[in-house]
Design a binder for this molecule. Sequence first.
Ligand code: ACO
Length: 412
Amino acid sequence: PGEREENETEKGLRIADRGFLNTAVIKSKITHIDGDAGVLRYRGYPIEQLALKSSHLETAYLLIYGVLPTKQQHNVFQSEVHRHSAMHADSEEFFRSFRYDAHPMAMLTSAFAYLGSYYAEANPSLEGQNLYTTGTPESLTIMDKQIYRLIGKATTLAAMAYRVRQGREFVTPPHGLSYTGSFLYQMDHLGQEDYRPNPVLEKALDVLFLLHADHELNASCTTVLQTGSSLVDPYSAIAAGCASLYGPLHGGANEAVIRMLISIGKPENVPSFIEAVKRREKVLSGFGHRVYKTSDPRSFIVRKTADEVFKITGKDELLETAMALHEAAMKDEYFIKRKLAPNVDFCSGLIYRAMGFPLDFFPVLFAVPRVVGWLAHWRQMMLQEGGVKIWRPRQIFVGAAKRDYVPIEERS
Ligand code: ACO
């Protein structure tokens, strides 16, 4: 009594919004989601049109700079991304320093932070000024350079994380291939001079990359912005986002789906699994979404892409179980009532598996394209009107009231 409560405030009403269910922290022009209508648009363009007609790199330009590039802008962007894709030879030692069985997301997360140590000009705090928030031509050029580097090197770092575990030599990014073509080349190349990835698989991965490029303020993007709001360098902010994406409720879901399907085994076991989910003993991975309350529009494109891939690779043995699970869940009152439908990751893992990627590499295949979205939001925040305000949420304090310290010998 007489003391001010921690959660009283003179600045207005403080609302406890656990999990940010209804808190907007920024105004954005990048990605629009209508969760009730199942709509997703990048800079106004429907995801269905982009998946059909665009490429991951062109869409990256769109997300970051707000317009579809002209031919010349596209060529410059592509060649800058490629020019910055190679890694310093010392980084080979960095990758070899990990344990033989290190998770590739742990390697990728560390590698993004490690990258920051190479580029002093990217760290505004070292220079003692808010480099990125000034919007001057010089600062925009420096910002672009970090963007090219991060997009270009994301595939190289991912391929290095993949190859080091297999004891294979690293491969320099090749010339003349698409973004995803170059990635597959760096992953698969076994020394054959004329090696080229299968064009259908290359295209399928490009579509998946495009679909994963952005999804507004999901957990990882929010982490990038929260970290970036302290005006740290973009490599550190991206490393933080990558760590957030690692979790099974976010980027780890595609891996969790396959583990779940393997554990279910056959379609006959689906009903008992569904019952276990309803008893809350299991989670139906790849279902549900914070924003989509009808369907995730990306899930239909992924399903179509899966069919293209299976024509080349043959059908995945888990496909039937996945379809039985899908059908059972969509008919069940528990899922209908809670508006739970498949999300982008319900089928993406089946494609990655068919293409031969190891299970624990799946989240990496989400993180690499999502670098684009993270950078688009980071750039937008840096250049927003009024500058950057550090993200510092408040809490509702529910702990002990003031009490006096008790010496250890007097404690019972
Ligand atoms: N399986 C079973 N029940 C579920 C599931 C699921 N996958 N998802 C939600 N529910 C239930 C919840 O238990 C809750 O039930 P209740 O109201 O009786 O308590 C209700 O549906 C509402 O769910 P919330 O947990 O409140 O939804 P929230 O928005 O917090 O979580 C999330 C969304 C994390 C995606 C959740 O649906 C989930 O855990 N899904 C499985 C993991 C997954 O697929 N993640 C990928 C997300 S998409 C992405 O990152 C690309």
